[in-house]
Ligand binder design. Structure first.
Ligand SMILES: Nc1ncnc2c1ncn2[C@@H]1O[C@H](COP(=O)(O)OP(=O)(O)O)[C@@H](O)[C@H]1O
Ligand SMILES: [Mg+2]
Length: 327
């Protein structure tokens, strides 16, 4: 089976004052057709870099050092610019944390949406696209400029634009982080509802672990630019195997507040320069031993999940943390 999104061993670096900062250090991730995957981890763990790489939307400064990215079987990294634009247009949709800055401030919402759907057979009428994201008074909104909208309205417009072409994969990078908690659930309902209708797979970059457990099929937990645990969302977050997932799940607040940063374990997440000798989590890990400090872990498969930990077999599925409920 070839996955819709298949990222293998991806290494991405950004130039930094003290040497190249390794944002991805051999990241592996797949999303199957129609699958919903939550990508979680502290700020700086590499989520946005991985999400952007799914559409080869990395910033100019980024350097891909190794690995591959493919979408629906097509390898993105070797493509010409015309081809990559076609893949984005035909297969991918993106939604970001700050919708206003991704809308054109000089153009009315309706005109932008019309441009986004132009040339698409299923384009349909603008009002219908706005109604689908549960906006009221769609005529007024179509005539408005982005700055006249609330954050929640602007995010719905951005979602309407991203979903207009019924993409195969929607990458949503913390789309609700800047919204109030009530609006947040409504916006997520819209995203997950539209994706389910269209059979669109979702890669949702998030800090909200309980919501990922409720809404996603799978979770991928990132640390130091690698996916350290990957498996069924509700089960993994209820009974983590990786010590980092356990720490993250233990610290997850019931309701994450606006702009909040997770601080699951004492110490700071690493800013990697070059490839670390051992496990990147070892300096903060309560279970670390000599092997962890000196030997790079490879994924171990236990209980239907992949765990990047030398001691995964010992921890097994360790601690009961959140109720294993989904939807
Ligand atoms: N454009 C950039 N230039 C330089 N460093 C960057 C850039 N984007 C991200 N980084 C660095 O790469 C690492 C991963 O960042 P990011 O992918 O944004 O993680 P996350 O989304 O999980 O917070 C961090 O150390 C961050 O500082
Ligand atoms: Mg980010």
């Amino acid at each position: 089976m070839s996955a819709l999104l298949d990222v293998r061993g991806l290494v991405v670096e950004y130039p930094g004052a003290g040497g190249a900062v390794r944002a991805l250090d051999g990241a592996d991730l797949t999303v199957a057709e129609g699958e919903t995957v939550g990508l979680v981890g502290e700020s700086g763990s590499g989520k946005s870099t991985l999400g952007a790489a799914a559409g080869r939307l990395l910033s100019r400064a980024a350097r891909v050092r190794a690995g591959s990215v493919s979408v629906a079987g097509e390898s993105l990294l070797e493509m010409g610019s015309r081809e990559i634009r076609r893949v984005r247009r035909e297969r991918l949709g993106f939604v970001f944390q700050d919708p206003i800055s991704h809308l054109d401030p000089t153009m009315r919402v309706g005109a932008q949406l019309r441009r986004a759907v132009a040339g698409r057979t299923k384009g349909g009428d603008i009002a219908a696209h706005l109604e689908r994201v549960r906006l009221d008074d769609v005529r007024r909104i179509a005539r408005a400029y982005p700055h006249e909208l609330s954050g929640g309205m602007a995010q719905r417009v951005a979602i309407a634009m991203a979903m207009a072409a019924r993409p195969r994969l929607l990458v949503a990078d913390e789309p609700t982080a800047a919204l109030d908690s009530q609006v947040r659930e409504d916006v997520l309902d819209v995203v997950f509802g539209l994706a389910a209708e269209a059979g669109t797979g979702i890669l949702w970059l998030s800090h909200d672990l309980p919501a990922v457990a409720r809404r996603c099929d799978r979770v991928a937990v990132m640390y130091g630019g690698r996916v350290v645990e990957d498996g069924p969302a509700a089960e993994v977050l209820a009974r983590p195997s990786h010590p980092y997932t356990a720490a993250l799940a233990r610290s997850a607040p019931g309701k994450a507040e606006r702009g909040e940063r997770l601080e699951p374990v004492p110490g700071r997440p690493p800013v990697l320069v070059g490839e670390p000798a051992g496990c990147a989590f070892a300096p903060r890990c309560p279970m670390a031993d000599d092997r962890c400090a000196g030997e790079r872990p490879v994924p171990v498969r236990i209980e239907g999940r992949d765990v990047l930990c030398h001691r995964a077999e010992e921890t097994g599925a360790a601690v009961e943390i959140v109720p294993a409920v989904k939807r």
